[in-house]
Write a protein that binds this ligand. Sequence first.
Ligand code: IMP
Length: 430
Amino acid sequence: MPLDIIVGSQWGDEGKGRIVDLLSAHADYVARYNGGDNAGHTVSVGDRIFRLHLIPSGIIHPHSVGVIGNGVVINPITLINEIRELRDAGVTINPERLQLSYAAHLITPAHLALDKAQELSRGERKIGTTLRGIGPAYTSKVSRQGLRLSSLINPESLSESLSTHIREINKVLVSQYDAEPVDVARTIEEFRGYASILSPYIGDVSATLGAALNRGRRVLAEGAQGTLLDLDHGTYPFVTSSNPSAAGALVGLGLGVGYTERVIGVTKSFQSRVGDGPFPTELGGDIAEHLRGTGEKPWDEFGTTTGRPRRVGWLDGVLLRYAARINGLTELALTKLDILTGLEVIKICTAFQKGEQIFEYLPLGLTDLSHYVPIYEEVKGWKQDISSARSWEDLPKEARAYILRIEELCGVPIRLVSVGPERDQVVEIN
Ligand code: IMP
């Protein structure tokens, strides 16, 4: 069955948007299955550049339909702004081209206020969230107190459920965090406005995609964040509150396991992380600056949503092997190989050490990751510009050796390598 899932194999920001853009040229539907506007990808339409947070970037292709699944949490104002911006740029957005699951959950101002209050109260132990209300919105969902998108369809029940929801969170904000309560009446009025705009887009995503797959249409499921931020399988508690890993696509879109054809993991040629939490191969100094860039270019290592400089380090082979297993990866796309150009030596972490013991697999998943010391292998770097490479043979032998070693370490074939920011700066490996 032609469902392909694209997942981040690291801590997010692997350059998934780029790979989605390439593959969505052949997809009839591009579907987001997890997270919310904590994610972000940069998309260019003509000479305009957009930073989209919710709408799948595939919508740029006139033939593909954008879908937001039940696993996503939606801040309605972000979504409405994205619809407006895309329309202003000439992209057709109507209910035939964009469908939202009735079972996706809403992010409200109460969730935003709570995210902020909780982060503040954590002090030194903060998670470094994007402050987009993600954790509190999923908490409402799991505790069966959330508001689904379907509540927007009925204005009477919307007012009632919003009012109860905000009053409940206000009690916590005031008594537990000494924070300002959220204005109930104003929020109800705002949400009534959002309801009238978004209602026509709300439908049964599972039914739409299931029927399309049965007719042989291609669906591309696009994950936000990455495996190492997965609520269950990431570096808990320094994780997001959803399941970015491949299984999350099935639950988050309402599709069974049997539909899946390929699971494509996207990994950067080095490691990066924004926010707090363990990062064994983290680097400082000149090499970190080389990898991060200055922030002048859109692809430099600064967060799309928050603008925060990303922490960077050497590629972690142990964590990549872990991501291959958690997701059942069938192939990998390696991004930003060109950024490594000019380094004398490139290191890859092949195992971890704790005391006298060496680990190629971690005994308790990513628990206590901060207690392990990485063991590195060195690969020779290359000096020549690889940005015009379009085939395996065009790559310097040192770059090829690096790619082969990554494949060997995680047991997954690398099918795509990006060597620059432009659409065509890609090497396909068969
Ligand atoms: P939250 O998802 O805003 O709750 O943040 C939880 C953690 O996930 C923080 O460390 C964030 O920096 C990280 N995070 C959330 N979304 C992204 C993303 O799209 N890319 C990279 N990191 C993210």
